[in-house]
Ligand binder design. Structure first.
Ligand SMILES: NC(=O)c1ccc[n+]([C@@H]2O[C@H](COP(=O)([O-])OP(=O)(O)OC[C@H]3O[C@@H](n4cnc5c(N)ncnc54)[C@H](OP(=O)(O)O)[C@@H]3O)[C@@H](O)[C@H]2O)c1
Length: 213
């Protein structure tokens, strides 16, 4: 599968590496400076399995695009992709901002980052996923034989099985969390992971899982 990853930071690098190495997908990183030392080092580490260029080049190449930029760059990153109609977009962002109580969600309850992304990405099918755990867990989602959970929320019924398969290839148990508006729940869930990891002493090496009777 041809994948574009917009942003080659913690999340983008981890996902691109995992999909290239575990699933053999073709990766095109859309970055602001393809010649930077960091991006060039990533290209070398992935051998011929990935390339890097502008966000517009990456988006034109791919069927599925992953948005992995900070929230405050998300709108600019989407606009820089050009025409994304007919594409699937996986939105991994969380709308984080510093407030009077410290790091928190900038929006929520009555909308979500994913719904904003859908508004900017005209004609694309946006899914919220890959936002509710740390990037280290995206590289290694299995804990003592138990798969940690990753949710997928989105409205496009035709695209959803492709997204679920892509996320499952990383090693997660994937749960369909319903329509895109449920991104409001997933972004709050991500904030819980961040709170526990960074402020409540759990650290980054824990994840949520689904248990069944
Ligand atoms: N870190 C986590 O564990 C984690 C987990 C789940 C979700 N998330 C979410 O995932 C997103 C990325 O997090 P991260 O930790 O990977 O951040 P990061 O390490 O800071 O990386 C963000 C990347 O986005 C790039 N970028 C910024 N604006 C861009 C634009 N307009 N076009 C293309 N690339 C652009 C930056 O590149 P340059 O500045 O070098 O150009 C940088 O490489 C955030 O929204 C975060 O909330 C993070």
């Amino acid at each position: 599968m041809k994948l574009a990853i917009i942003g080659a930071g913690n999340v983008g690098e981890t996902l691109g590496t995992a999909w290239a190495e575990k699933a053999g997908h073709e990766i095109f990183f859309g970055v602001r400076n393809p010649q930077s030392d960091k991006v060039q080092a990533l290209m070398r580490s992935l051998g011929g399995k990935a390339r890097a260029g502008t966000a517009a080049e990456a988006a034109a190449f791919a069927d599925i695009i992953v948005l992995a930029t900070p929230w405050n760059s998300a709108e600019a990153a989407i606009r820089s992709m050009g025409d994304v109609s007919g594409k699937i977009i996986l939105d991994a962002t969380n709308p984080l901002a510093m407030g009077s109580d410290g790091l928190g969600l900038e929006i929520g309850h009555d909308t979500s980052a994913a719904e904003k992304v859908q508004g900017w990405a005209e004609g694309a099918a946006v899914f919220k996923t890959l936002n509710t755990t740390g990037y280290g867990n995206m590289a290694d989602p299995v804990f003592h034989g138990v798969k940690s959970v990753m949710f997928v929320a989105g409205d496009d019924a035709a695209g959803k099985p492709k997204v679920i398969a892509l996320v499952a290839a990383l090693g997660f148990e994937v749960i369909d969390a319903g329509p895109l508006r449920n991104a409001r729940l997933l972004e709050a869930h991500a904030m819980l992971w961040i709170e526990l990891a960074l402020k409540r002493g759990l650290g980054r090496d824990f994840a949520f899982a689904i248990l069944r009777r």
